[in-house]
Design a protein around this ligand. Structure first.
Ligand SMILES: Cc1ncc(COP(=O)(O)O)c(C=O)c1O
Length: 435
């Protein structure tokens, strides 16, 4: 008996179908199809109601942007309050306090004691682009090291840094230069010895020409790969040895999802630069680059920025997000959610041979589907089938991985135990129906 899911029409319902017809005519096709064929009317916490009155449990969290859920009352109140005062000035035209306070909050949350400051942008890719610009200018070096399975965005530079060719690099070259991709030693695919990484680095690029390594402490889009024990610590040492900056892309793993505000805290790492976006402002477009002062202060004023960066409404939303995470103990909640998911995934693994690895940390968990436990061959089509079955039964669940054969949890940390259980029941049955 569903307590939260309520499907009243065929999916998509008549109103969604009508909108879809208009979309077909007017919305650019390369924007891609949506996971849900149903159009949203409203969202609250982890629940979404569509225009036909069907209610779903949303495990996508707007692709990891909604740590505090859909329309958290405090976020909405702050946005409304701000909207009545002013919508935009451009901080470099007329400054406002919320951006300054947000910078202070983020710097204080960032690991390490070395003085830091924050710059703001609109999206994850823009944060990464700017972190690279800053790193190159400070080190006066051109090369950037990235990793296999990485996802850093879709702009010219960041799509070059992103691993997967389709759909992200489709005939979009020529690509940016001086990007070097190295293996990401993970718990699932470890190296014999993490120290072998130095040789791989040296065989690929002259370390003294490398400005920065850019790494997702836990890979998101690439499959929720958790780094092999000791790897991040060794990488930090290695970057110091060669004067390379360590840039943590915490766009998906940050803002509490793993049970720490920043995932790097699990390994006691102090990056030189951290990039944040997604859940930072509860869905408002905002990203941040938090960097050691020695690095940012070496760059002249006016060299980075943008018309809309650090929008006042987004800054107010972000201040609320941080407050909510603290007041509602959402870091602890992320761990509890993760344990609940892990337990259910473990049960699914025992029941269904199609279930492969369980990956992740805290609430950032994923379940791999494979055709064969011996070969580990990815069950890509079956994963797509599971996603569609889940939609039909009232749950939106996103995929991940180069082969799109992982079901990933990007659920709001506001989800209740009961809601999560109901969503996982649907997922369990969907996997059962194919495997
Ligand atoms: C780890 C990581 N970096 C960068 C990005 C790019 O962010 P945006 O889509 O906001 O440009 C994403 C988006 O999924 C991401 O997960």
């Amino acid at each position: 008996m569903s307590k939260f899911i309520s499907i009243r029409t065929d999916l998509p319902g008549p109103k969604s179908k009508k909108i879809a017809q208009k979309r077909e005519k007017y919305v650019a096709k390369p924007m891609g199809s949506s996971l849900s064929p149903c159009y949203i009317e409203k969202g609250e916490g982890a629940l979404v109601t569509d225009v036909d009155g069907n209610q779903f449990i949303d495990l996508t969290g707007g692709w990891g942007c909604l740590a505090v859920g859909h329309t958290h009352k405090k976020v909405v109140a702050a946005i409304q309050d701000q909207a009545e005062k002013y919508l935009h000035t451009d901080f470099t035209a007329i400054p406002y306090e919320s951006l300054v306070t947000l910078a202070e909050k983020l710097v204080k949350l960032t690991p390490g004691k070395i003085p830091k400051s924050a710059a703001f942008f609109n999206c994850g890719a823009e944060a990464i682009e700017n972190a690279v610009k800053i790193a190159r200018a400070y080190t006066k070096r051109p090369a950037i090291v990235v990793f296999e399975n990485a996802f850093h965005g879709r702009t010219l530079l960041t799509m070059t840094m992103t691993h997967k060719a389709m759909p992200y690099k489709y005939r979009f070259g020529p690509f940016a230069s001086e990007i070097y991709r190295l293996p990401f030693p993970s718990v699932s695919r470890p190296m014999k010895n993490v120290k072998d990484f130095e040789k791989i680095l040296m065989n690929t690029v002259i370390p003294e020409s490398v400005a920065a390594v850019v790494i997702e402490p836990i890979q998101g889009e690439g499959g929720f790969n958790v780094p092999q024990e000791g790897f991040l610590e060794y990488l930090r040492e290695l970057t110091k040895k060669y004067g390379i900056l360590f840039i943590a892309d915490e766009i998906q793993s940050g803002i509490g999802r793993t049970g720490k505000f920043f995932a790097v805290e699990h390994w006691g790492i102090e990056p030189d630069i951290i990039c944040l976006a997604k859940s930072l402002a509860a869905g408002m477009p905002l990203s941040a680059v938090i960097s050691k002062n020695e690095i940012t202060d070496s760059i002249p004023g006016g060299c980075i920025g943008g018309t809309y960066v650090g929008n006042p409404i987004a800054c107010r939303a972000a201040l609320e997000v941080i407050k909510i995470i603290e007041e509602e103990n959402l870091l602890e909640r992320a761990v509890k959610i993760g344990n609940q998911i892990k337990k259910r995934f473990q049960e699914m693994k025992e029941k269904y041979t199609i279930v492969g690895e369980i990956r992740g940390m805290g609430a950032m968990m994923a379940l791999e589907l494979i055709k064969d436990r011996e070969t580990g061959e990815p069950a890509t089509e079956e994963t797509a089938q599971v996603v569609q079955t889940c939609v039909q039964n009232g749950v939106f669940v996103p995929t991940a991985g180069i082969d799109k054969n992982l079901l990933r949890m990007l659920v709001s940390l506001e989800i209740t135990d009961e809601q999560l259980d109901e969503a996982l029941d649907v997922l369990d049955q969907a996997i059962g129906s194919i495997g």
